[in-house]
Design a protein around this ligand. Structure first.
Ligand code: HEM
Length: 404
C-alpha cells in the first residue's frame, strides 16, 4: 500500500521531458513552507483535466478542479484496482499496491467488496469513539514531548512516533513495539530490500496487536471467518502506515504554524495563552493549505471516459491534484478535499482530526516555553517528487519543558 518511491523516476522525467503545460507537477525540490507547490498554478491554468507524463512513464490525466474531482472520486468507471495499471510500470517505483485480487485492501477493493470492508472498519473509527479517546491522545502527546528534553527536532523525534503510538494504543499493539513501527514506516521509503523488511515487520506488528484487547481484535471479529490472518495483518498495516504517513506530515505543518504564531506574538508582546480559539478550524485550514497527500492514490479508467471534453482511453491512470486545490474557490469549506471524497474517502478522518488537535492543544497549553530554535524564515519543506507528500525538513525547538 502507498509504496511511493518515485522521486528519482520523476526527476528524470521532469528534466528530460517538459510537460505540455510547461511545468512538471511531479518535480521534487526544497522550498519555504509558504511557497506554493511548483508547477501547480500552471497545471490548473491548463484546464480541469491535464494529460501529462506520469512519473513511471506514459500518460496520466490530472484533475485540477474541486468540482470535477468530486465527480471523478465518485465515478464507478474510474477505479483503484492496480490490475489496470500500465503493464510496464514497476510497482514499487510507481507507488502501486498489489492488485485487488492479490491482497484484500480498502484502498484497491471496489463495489460491494469495498463497502463490506468499510462497514467492518467504520464503527472502530467513528467520531464518537475518537472523541472519547482524545484525553488519552493528549496524555500520549504530553508524555512523548516531555521525554524529549529541552531541545529537539519535532519532525525527527515526535511527528512520526506520536501518530504511531496513538494508533498502536488503539489497535492493541504493545508499547514495546512502537520502535519497530517507527523503523518499519521509515524503511518504506528505502530500497526494495528495506520495503520487504518493512512488510515483514508490519506483519509481526499486526500479529502482536491481535494478541491483545483493542481495535485489531475488534476488526478481526467483524470480518468473515474466511478472511485469513495474513489478510487481517495487511488491513492493519494499511491503518498503521496510511495513518502515520499523512498525520506525520500534517503534524509538522500544524506545530510549525503554532510555533511561528507564538514567536510573532512574543515579538509584538501579546499574550500567548491557551489553545487557539477554534482548534478544528485551525486543523482544517492547515490540511487544506498543505494536504499531506498532494495527489489522490492511483485510479484507472475501466472504459473510455470523457472528462471535461478530454477523452481518456480505457486503463488511463488518473490522479486528483489535491495540493493544487488549496486555492480553488469551488473546494469545500474546512479541510477541502485533503481527505479525498466518495467511497474511498479517508477511513481515518476522525482519528486524524482528533489526534492532530490533541497534540496541538498539549503543545500550546502544557509547553508554554517551547519556541522555534531557528528563525521561521529558515524552515524548509522537502518535496520528494512523484506523488509523495512534502514534509518539513526539520522543526527544531527549545524550551520544551512542561509547565510547572
Ligand atoms: C491528516 C491525516 C490524513 C489525511 C490527510 C489522509 C488522507 C487520505 C486520502 C486523501 C485518502 C483517499 C485516497 C484516494 O481516494 O485516493 C485516504 C484514504 C485512507 N486513509 Fe487517510 N488520511 C489521513 C489520516 C489517516 C489515518 C490516521 C488513518 C488510519 C486509520 C487513515 C487511513 C486511511 C485508509 C485506510 C484509507 C483508504 C480508504 C479507502 O480506500 O476506502 N488515514 N486518506
Amino acid at each position: 500500500m502507498l509504496l511511493h518511491n518515485t522521486a528519482n523516476v520523476c526527476h528524470s522525467v521532469c528534466v528530460t521531458q517538459q510537460s505540455s503545460h510547461g511545468a512538471c507537477p511531479f518535480a521534487g525540490g526544497t522550498r519555504r513552507p509558504d511557497e506554493p507547490y511548483p508547477g501547480r498554478e500552471a497545471l490548473r491554468a491548463a484546464g480541469p483535466v491535464v494529460v501529462t507524463e506520469a512519473p513511471a512513464g506514459g500518460p496520466v490525466a490530472v484533475v485540477t478542479t474541486a468540482a470535477l474531482a468530486r465527480a471523478v472520486l465518485g465515478d464507478p468507471r474510474i477505479v483503484k484496482d492496480t490490475a489496470l495499471a500500465p503493464p510496464d510500470w514497476e510497482p514499487r517505483a510507481a507507488g502501486l499496491e498489489p492488485a485487488a485480487a492479490d491482497a484484500l485492501s480498502l484502498t484497491t477493493a471496489e463495489g460491494e467488496a469495498h463497502a463490506a470492508l468499510r462497514r467492518a472498519h467504520a464503527p472502530m473509527l467513528s467520531p464518537r469513539r475518537m472523541r472519547a479517546r482524545q484525553p488519552l491522545m493528549r496524555d500520549t502527546a504530553r508524555e512523548l514531548l516531555a521525554g524529549l528534553g529541552d531541545a529537539a527536532d519535532l519532525t525527527a523525534d515526535f511527528t512520526t512516533r506520536y501518530p504511531l503510538t496513538v494508533v498502536g494504543d488503539l489497535l492493541g499493539l504493545p508499547r514495546t513495539m512502537i520502535d519497530d513501527a517507527v523503523d518499519a514506516c521509515r524503511r518504506m521509503f528505502g530500497d526494495a530490500a528495506d520495503g520487504a523488511a518493512a512488510m515483514g515487520a508490519f506483519a509481526r506488528l499486526g500479529a502482536a496487536a491481535l494478541q491483545h484487547d483493542g481495535l485489531a481484535r475488534e476488526l478481526r471479529g467483524r470480518l468473515p471467518a474466511s478472511v485469513t490472518d495474513d489478510e487481517v495483518h495487511y488491513l492493519l498495516f494499511a491503518l498503521i502506515f496510511a495513518g502515520q504517513l499523512t498525520t506525520d506530515i500534517a503534524l509538522g505543518f500544524l506545530l510549525a504554524r503554532v510555533l511561528v504564531a507564538r514567536d510573532g506574538a512574543q515579538r509584538s508582546s501579546t499574550r500567548t495563552g491557551g489553545p487557539p480559539a477554534d482548534m478544528p478550524a485551525l486543523v482544517d485550514d492547515v490540511l487544506r493549505r498543505d494536504p499531506p497527500a498532494p495527489f489522490t492514490l492511483w485510479r484507472f479508467t475501466t472504459e473510455e471516459v470523457e472528462l471535461a471534453g478530454v477523452v481518456l482511453a480505457p486503463r488511463t491512470p488518473v490522479l486528483v491534484d489535491l495540493a493544487g486545490l488549496a486555492d480553488d474557490p469551488g473546494a469545500a469549506a474546512g479541510s477541502g478535499l485533503a481527505f479525498g471524497a466518495g467511497p474511498h474517502v479517508c477511513a481515518g478522518i476522525h482519528l486524524a482530526r482528533a489526534e492532530l488537535a490533541a497534540a496541538v492543544e498539549v503543545l500550546v497549553a502544557d509547553f508554554p516555553h517551547a519556541r522555534l530554535a531557528v528563525p521561521a524564515a529558515d524552515l524548509r519543506r522537502v518535496d520528494p517528487g512523484g506523488v509523495e507528500g512534502s514534509r518539513l525538513a526539520a522543526l527544531p525547538v527549545h524550551g520544551l519543558r512542561p509547565r510547572e
